[in-house]
Design a protein around this ligand. Structure first.
Ligand SMILES: [Zn+2]
Length: 180
């Protein structure tokens, strides 16, 4: 039986994402390796997995996700006033600038003499997103992958190194059993 995309499969897809209003491309896997992910473990935005369910190798799908099925809506709580002295004095601060912080990426939305207004909302929050997707590979996930909640092997290494330290306690991690 042919494996199709379902919970606890590992899917590799090529995708191109555009903003439906402008047609502007915001992301594509076409210049590199396909995106590989474990289905059903919240590794992807929810609508993306839902739209790809049941797809087989060679299938193409085209869909537009509303914000609630993608990165959600921006919220006021994620916009915070940060005292100006929290930023290094020699650091250039400009309106619209994206910065990395301990609390994640932020965008500067206002600047006064004493404060900097920082927006921690995902830049994609509030946006509708259109995807063109082609399925390159689908396989059943291994027991280890299901237990860990992520892909092992080709396409999975990158994700692994990044997520492991946080995941270990909760999902069993790889550090102890030499799986990776
Ligand atoms: Zn692992």
């Amino acid at each position: 039986m042919m494996t199709t995309i379902a919970d606890n499969t590992v899917a590799s897809v090529h995708y191109t994402g555009t903003f439906p209003d402008s047609g502007e491309e915001f992301d594509s896997s076409r210049n590199g390796d396909p995106l590989t992910f474990l289905v059903g473990h919240r590794g992807m935005i929810p609508g993306f997995e839902r739209e790809m369910m049941g797809a087989a190798v060679g299938d193409t799908r085209s869909f537009t996700l509303e914000p609630e099925d993608a990165y959600g809506h921006p919220t006021e709580e994620l916009i915070q006033e940060v005292p100006r002295e929290m930023f290094p004095e020699d650091m250039p601060i400009d309106l619209g600038m994206m910065l990395m912080s301990d609390a994640g990426p932020l965008r500067i939305v206002a600047i006064t003499d004493s404060t900097v207004r920082c927006d921690f909302n995902n830049p994609m929050a509030g946006k509708s997103l259109h995807f063109e997707v082609e399925v390159m590979e689908v396989r059943a996930a291994t027991e280890d992958e299901i237990a860990h909640g992520h892909v092992h092997g080709p396409g999975g290494h990158h994700h692994h190194e990044h997520e492991h330290s946080n995941d270990e306690a909760e999902k069993g991690g790889c550090g102890n059993d030499g799986c990776c």
